[in-house]
Design a protein around this ligand. Structure first.
Ligand SMILES: C[S@@+](CC[C@H](N)C(=O)[O-])C[C@H]1O[C@@H](n2cnc3c(N)ncnc32)[C@H](O)[C@@H]1O
Length: 281
């Protein structure tokens, strides 16, 4: 049984996105490079997310990483609150806000049991987070509870109807892993991440490579224990079960080094991310 403690330990050891940046963490240069990296690579966010429309809204963000999206919300919203399971992400986001002189508060918290009052936010935003938790349905109930009536839940989860799931993870990564396994039998020394996959495989056996287990280890690193990937229908069903009305969805993120417009067009069919805009009715 996978636990929230494993999730917390993994993300404390792997502050989200830090390894993409060369500048020293937590310098001003680090945060600047990170924002540049994020909104170049994940360019659809500035197109799809209406940061400016939050001018008269209280925003809660769940799952912070190094706080890039937090700074976007804090710049425009009436108020910004960020929570994360890990101390590392809370500290990083607070520093990021301070470096830019932006208002907002961050604190440690668990999306499955939010220590926040009912009906207290207009927008709850969570990008790439809730597929990592042990009980996503509990988190949807909690988001519903803390949103004001008419409030909006913007949530990005990994998408199963994607190039990432079928071609990259379940096909190419499997072949690549088996190749690394064969090479290691004749003395080869595979590099990262195949070295880590091999170590996990030797510890856990073929269950590590099973159809359902393997994808958990192929999005955010081999040692990530929980990374669920959902069909759009399943996401919609979970949101409806919690009481939400789904107003809009977008499939996004196809980082292939093409022009942003072309990437967004391809992503609409086979992108890695599924974003839902759901309303508390
Ligand atoms: C992949 S990072 C995403 C961070 C950021 N939203 C982004 O897009 O870069 C996932 C984050 O979710 C946090 N997280 C995972 N489960 C959580 C939970 N149950 N409650 C709060 N935060 C959680 C982790 O600590 C980690 O910082």
């Amino acid at each position: 049984m996978k636990s929230l403690e494993q999730v917390e330990n993994f993300w404390n050891d792997n502050l989200c996105g830090q390894h993409f940046i060369t500048a020293r963490y937590p310098s001003e240069e680090f945060f600047s490079q990170y924002r540049n990296f994020r909104y170049t690579k994940t360019h659809h966010l500035d197109t799809y997310i209406d940061w400016k429309g939050a001018v008269d809204k209280d925003v809660l963000e769940i799952g912070l990483g190094v706080g890039a999206d937090g700074t976007r919300w804090a710049e425009h919203a009436r108020s910004y609150t960020g929570i994360d399971l890990t101390d590392e992400a809370v500290i990083a986001t607070q520093k990021h806000l301070e470096v830019l002189g932006l208002p907002g508060q961050t604190r440690k918290g668990n999306a499955e049991a939010l220590e926040l009052p009912d009906d207290s936010f207009d927008i709850v935003y969570s990008h790439g987070v809730l597929h990592h938790t042990s009980n996503i349905e509990k988190t949807f109930d909690e988001v519903y509870r803390v949103l004001r009536p008419g409030g909006q839940f913007i949530v990005m989860l990994y998408c199963k109807h994607s190039f990432n799931y079928w071609i990259r993870i379940q096909t190419y990564f499997r072949i690549r892993f088996l190749w690394a396994l064969c090479m290691s039998q004749i003395g080869g020394k595979p590099g990262s991440p195949w070295r880590e996959h091999l170590a996990n495989f030797r510890e856990k056996g073929w269950s590590y490579f099973s159809w359902s287990e393997w994808p958990h280890h192929c999005t955010d690193g081999p040692d990530c224990e929980i990374a669920n990937i959902y069909t759009p229908a399943r996401i919609k069903a979970m949101l409806r079960r919690a009481g939400f009305t789904v107003k809009k969805t977008k499939q996004a993120h196809f980082p292939a080094g093409l022009s942003p417009g072309l990437e967004r067009s391809l992503a609409a069919w086979i992108g890695f991310h599924h974003i839902s805009w759901a309303v508390k009715s």
